[in-house]
Design a binder for this molecule. Structure first.
Ligand code: NZQ
Ligand code: ZN
Length: 392
């Protein structure tokens, strides 16, 4: 196991009806004037926005609203949010929504104290300060409620880029699984795929002697395999929703990834898909992640065979471990299909002729990137091509 620091300062406030406590928690963490940031219609329609605003009123906290965050959140709204916070002297940002709203809130939070274009910090400039951010989560997916990451799309050229800093980790995150019961099945499935992908990015590693994190990863993956079909079949199943919501946080606050080299190429390749086609991140991952697995599995057949046997219950074929590994990947893709995810370019609405553009935007030039397996531009193109051809 490698050396590591694990820092996860967020207070998680979990359970039914807990959004009504938002005001108390903003006060606890020092907010005096709040920006409530939200997305399209869902949080208004469900009454959640009213609950949150009432609780801020009861706590005596002045608040401003900025809605309209779209999936794959855009820089344009971030600029608006930064201006609003500066003009009104806002000192706390409360994101009410999913990963897109939270990431937009984090971008505003680092943009307000920054003396320049916030996009610099999505292009390599280190983050030095941020307003405090907190969340009321409405979808189990991105894990942004516990992560120090934010992913924003620059409208000009539809360039999707991420950045990270512990300064962006939420002060608190309210997690009420009941809030996720209004999700359409497709969004539920996209979220489940993202959660599994966050684990796989960590699971496939060259670091040895990492039994504890291997087993934690497998626990999250097995939970998702069991619970996702339950919520697809019965969207009101609170207990299954609760397990998935906590799995989404555990998958990405890095507790399952510490002490081991991680990969993240599937996320990089996917971000170009959702950047170019504006598709859901989870749907893009459903197409890319099994394709990436097929491209890299020979690098460590036994690790893939371990995933196949422990997570998907494949019987180990000791005479032919490669067959076991491939069966695990096949079952993963089959699982994604069974929950309604696309499995190839056509089903996602992506085009084979765009592969050169996707590879160009992936942006590694003559270099290489990754952890488990280093990819060159030609490898990225081949993974996209595998994703074009993929079938059950
Ligand atoms: O805008 P509204 O009306 O709220 O609709 C949203 C949106 O259309 C809807 N929704 C959310 N909660 C709902 C609901 N509909 C009904 N009932 C509810 N309770 O769901 C749609 C998707 O929302 P979004 O926030 O985009 O989903 P998600 O949480 O999957 O976030 C995706 C974004 O997070 C980024 C992705 O790249 C993508 O931009 N990621 C962020 C990460 C991070 N910050 O750590 C890591 C991830 O790997 C990921 O890259
Ligand atoms: Zn993700």
């Amino acid at each position: 196991m490698n050396d590591f620091n694990f820092y996860s300062p967020t207070e998680f406030v979990f359970g039914k009806g807990r959004a009504a406590e938002a005001g108390c928690f903003v006060k606890k963490y020092g907010g005096t004037k709040v920006l409530v940031h939200f997305g399209g219609a869902s949080a208004v329609k469900s009454g959640l926005m009213d609950t949150v605003k009432k609780s801020l009123d009861e706590a005596g906290l002045p608040h401003f609203e900025l809605g309209g965050v779209r999936p794959n959140p855009r820089d344009t709204l971030v600029y608006e949010g930064i201006d609003l916070c500066r003009k009104e002297g806002i000192d706390f940002i409360l994101a009410v929504g999913g990963g897109s709203v939270i990431d937009s809130a984090k971008a505003i939070a680092i943009g307000v104290p920054y003396d320049g274009d916030f996009w610099d910090m999505y292009s390599g400039t280190p983050i030095k300060a941020a307003l405090p951010v907190a969340t009321v989560l409405t979808i189990a997916a991105a894990g942004s409620e516990g992560s120090g990451d934010s992913v924003i799309t620059r409208e000009e050229g539809m360039l999707k880029r991420g950045t990270g800093s512990d300064l962006m980790r939420p002060r608190f995150s309210i997690m009420d699984p009941a809030l996720t019961q209004t999700l359409p099945p497709y969004q539920t499935a996209c979220g489940a795929t993202d959660i599994m992908a966050h684990v796989f990015e960590r699971y496939f590693t060259n670091t040895r002697e990492v039994e504890i994190t291997d087993r934690l990863c497998e626990a999250v993956l097995m939970t998702m395999v069991k619970e996702t079909p339950r919520v697809i079949a019965d969207p009101d199943n609170y207990d299954a929703r609760a397990n998935i919501m906590w799995a989404g946080m555990v998958a990405h606050n890095n507790i399952v990834g510490v002490g081991r080299e991680q990969d993240w190429n599937s996320h990089g390749l996917e971000h170009e898909l959702s950047g170019l086609y504006d598709c859901a991140h989870g749907a893009g991952l459903a197409v890319i992640m099994p394709a990436w697995m097929e491209f890299v599995y020979k690098h460590d057949v036994m690790r893939f065979a371990q995933m196949a046997t422990r997570v998907f219950g494949v019987k180990m074929d000791f005479a032919d471990p490669e067959a076991t590994a491939l069966e695990g990947i096949r079952r993963f893709r089959q699982f994604l299909h069974s929950i309604g995810m696309p499995i190839n370019f056509e089903e996602l609405g992506a085009r084979e002729e765009d592969i050169p553009v996707l590879v160009e935007k992936f942006g590694i030039g003559d270099g290489e990137t990754g952890g488990f397996v280093h990819l060159k531009a030609a490898d990225a193109a081949e993974i996209y091509r595998i994703a074009v051809r993929a079938k059950l």
